[in-house]
Write a protein that binds this ligand. Structure first.
Ligand SMILES: CC(C)(COP(=O)(O)OP(=O)(O)OC[C@H]1O[C@@H](n2cnc3c(N)ncnc32)[C@H](O)[C@@H]1OP(=O)(O)O)[C@@H](O)C(=O)NCCC(=O)NCCS
Length: 186
């Protein structure tokens, strides 16, 4: 993968992606995640901390992209279960895919998604996400597929957002395409 279309030198730089289960996330990284999220979603630190407490479970995973130890990218993988024909199936609800403003359009988003996808595959999970229509192309480029709009229910309601899936076995794809997708965010 060719990184960096802008004038940022990667030579001698240290680029790493680390995964943290929620209880292992240090306060300083949590603070950096909140600051990174603030550049796109306008919520105060205290409301974000409340959101963390209410919505993030111990089995949820934070994938963090660091450039020279500075957090420049982030994804939350929310570890959830759904019932298909009375069988429990585990899935990750992908949330908050973000790259720091100054580093966007340098392929870091693709790099982070490649890491997220491999993480989902290795765990043998299904991936789901909700996004605005405009950003769907970014995920399609990263091998995610659209869920038919009239089939999608989020927390018991029809959703205005675009639903997408990844690593859904073929057999389940046809089964779920006939029925509805019921995604629980919590
Ligand atoms: C979406 C986001 C993570 C992409 O990160 P990035 O590092 O700029 O993306 P990349 O440079 O890897 O670009 C990958 C591809 O996606 C496309 N893309 C990037 N941002 C896009 C956007 N906002 N809408 C549509 N396509 C986009 C690029 O054109 C590029 O396409 P190409 O490979 O054909 O050139 C970044 O723009 C971001 O953090 N946005 C704000 C938060 C957000 O909207 N997150 C999604 C929540 S669902």
């Amino acid at each position: 993968m060719i990184l960096l279309k802008k004038n940022i030198l990667l030579n001698g730089s240290c680029l790493e992606i680390k995964s943290y289960k929620n209880p292992k996330l240090s306060y300083s990284i949590k603070r950096d995640i909140i600051n990174l999220k603030k550049t796109y979603w306008k919520f105060s630190t205290s409301s974000q901390l409340n959101w963390f407490k209410k919505n993030i479970h111990p089995q949820d995973v934070h994938n963090c992209l660091f450039l020279n130890n500075k957090l420049i990218g982030y994804t939350l993988l929310r570890n959830r279960k759904m019932l298909i024909n009375d069988n429990k199936k585990k899935y990750f609800l992908i949330d908050t895919v973000t790259i720091s403003k100054e580093f966007r359009k340098n392929n870091f988003g693709n790099l982070l998604m490649e890491f997220n996808n491999n993480f989902i595959k290795k765990k043998n999970y299904i991936g789901f996400l909700l996004c605005k229509k405009e950003i769907a192309k970014f995920y399609i480029n990263n091998n995610w597929k659209n869920i038919k709009k009239n089939k999608l229910h989020v927390d018991g309601k029809k959703s205005k957002l675009n639903g997408m899936y990844y690593n859904l076995p073929k057999k389940l794809q046809s089964e779920l395409n006939k029925n509805s997708f019921y995604i629980q965010t919590n």
